[in-house]
Design a protein around this ligand. Structure first.
Ligand code: FAD
Length: 449
């Protein structure tokens, strides 16, 4: 009989264990539900989802059925309509996804079959010797490697797509930029092949440099499941023996970054409330300011700190921000503006195409110092020194802050020292970093006393 495959964070056909399981059991009806919960996905993520869906439509030979509505109504209705035997999904690990799946399962008269997950190792699997979860990254990463993962699932040779089920029109994909095209399976695999073919060899050296195109830009594809991380991990192993020593260090480093993604999903699985509150209990008492005008200035890239403003403007323009700049802008909100990190996380989530509750909320907590790692609360990034170090020629700032385009080289990080620094309307600094750093440490001392 018919097997429904309900696609969610797995918008691909290759290395897709739920699809493979369905294809082995019968005719496959591929389904995507436009859930009202997506309403707060933001324009960038919506554009990325539509791009990935167009790819999935082509990859399923036009069989993809799109329906709008709440999944606990849409999916059971489709089962009734088609007489399907089962509904196949990838296992979900976020609090919202688990809640949604429980509702659907309760409303279904047929099994909801979960096969695989969006991770190399399903969240919750990697444990300490005594069965408890990890709270620190490095030992998690070692245990994760030791645990290992399956080889990528084969693409079933002859999938029989179920036909004749009515679909809403596919949501219109936007005009695609190069970056957006990497959100679909085909585009992501192309981008990955090009990155693996050379640029990855310099990853260790270039990954912290927002002025260079030194990272994979696959976070959107990974978020949407246009590519499975296991595919990437298998390719790293395949090419490593033929690369030199420095390149191998880069491959290893890339594997470690994928491990961060897995770690944060694991933490969220064990601590669902860490999506929106501090993991470290003792730090829950820190005094914060309500977001006001300065928060708006941060959101819009008008703080007067060039590296911070460049990042916030890249976020608004591209729906993506370089990792180093995510850390610096997040630190600025928490330590210079004294605003609690969930406000910033919400702004990121609304604008990032790769916005992912596990990576975003724990990336924020890593920066705030209230999260998993040894990363201490008292570490405060200096936004000027960070710019000088990681954007040494100032190219990144000039790309995103046109009011500073006339200042050459690294001088762009300190317009207050440049002749004519403010000639083109750049905002003066909204605060004194040294004073706010002291203020952040005073507030920390307040809860430690
Ligand atoms: P690459 O350097 O090419 O890394 C490859 C992949 O590894 C990434 O695509 C990503 O899946 C994973 N990865 C790399 N670094 C991290 C990390 N620190 N934590 C988790 N996974 C990582 N990443 C998201 O995918 N979604 C988010 O919503 C998100 N929010 C963040 C918020 C803050 C405050 C911070 C500091 C980091 C956040 N990150 C988030 C992590 C990281 O910034 C992005 O994954 C990375 O910039 C994506 O670019 P890339 O694909 O070119 O990365």
């Amino acid at each position: 009989g018919t097997q429904i495959v309900w696609f969610r964070r797995d918008l691909r056909v290759r290395d897709q264990p739920a699809l493979a399981a369905a294809a082995a059991a019968g005719d496959v009806l591929p389904v995507f539900v436009v859930d009202p919960a997506f309403d707060d996905a933001g324009a960038a993520r919506t554009a990325a989802i539509r791009t990935a869906l167009a790819g999935l439509h082509a990859a399923t030979d036009g069989a993809l059925v799109v329906r709008s509505g709440r999944p606990e109504q849409v999916i059971p209705a489709l089962v009734d309509e088609t007489g399907a035997d089962a509904v196949h999904v990838s296992g979900e690990s976020t609090p919202g996804g688990r809640r949604r799946d429980a509702l659907v399962e309760a409303a279904l008269g047929v099994p909801l079959v979960a096969t695989g997950s969006p991770y190399a190792v399903s969240p919750g699997r990697v444990r300490k010797g005594d069965g408890s979860p990890f709270r620190v990254f490095s030992p998690f990463a070692r245990a994760w490697l030791e645990h290992g993962w399956r080889a990528p699932a084969e693409l079933p040779a002859d999938i029989r797509w179920a036909r004749g089920v009515e679909s809403e029109p596919l949501p219109e994909p936007p005009a695609t930029s190069a970056e957006l095209s990497w959100a679909s399976e085909e585009g992501a695999l192309e981008r990955w092949a090009a990155f693996l073919d050379g640029p990855i060899d310099d990853y260790d050296e270039h990954r912290d440099r927002p002025d260079l195109d030194g990272t994979s830009r696959l976070s959107i594809a990974l978020k949407l499941g246009a590519v499975h991380p296991r595919t990437l991990l298998a390719d790293l192993d395949r090419v490593a023996p033929r690369r030199g020593r420095a390149a191998q260090r880069s491959l290893k480093r890339f594997q470690t970054e994928l491990a961060w993604r897995e770690f944060y999903a694991d933490v969220l699985w064990h601590h669902p409330r860490s999506a929106s509150s501090d993991l470290v209990q003792q730090l829950r008492g820190i005094a914060y300011d309500e977001p006001g005008e300065l928060f708006d200035a941060w959101c819009e890239g008008r703080t007067g700190f060039p590296f911070v403003d460049a990042g916030m403007r890249q976020l608004l323009a591209e729906g993506w921000m370089h990792n180093r700049v995510r850390m610096v802008t997040a630190s600025f909100l928490c330590k210079d503006l004294h605003v609690w990190w969930p406000y910033g996380a919400r702004h990121f989530q609304a604008h990032l195409a790769d916005g992912d509750v596990a990576s975003n909320s724990h990336g924020w907590q890593w920066t705030a110092g209230t999260g998993t790692d040894a990363a201490p609360y008292f570490r405060v990034f200096n936004p000027v020194l960070q710019g000088q170090k990681f954007d040494p020629d100032g190219d990144y700032v000039r790309r995103w802050v046109p009011e500073l385009a006339h200042i050459p080289g690294a001088a762009v990080h300190e317009p207050w020292k440049a002749a004519e620094g403010y000639a083109h309307g750049y905002t003066p600094r909204i605060l004194d970093h040294a004073a706010e750093r002291r203020e952040a440490l005073d507030r920390l001392a307040g809860v430690q006393r």
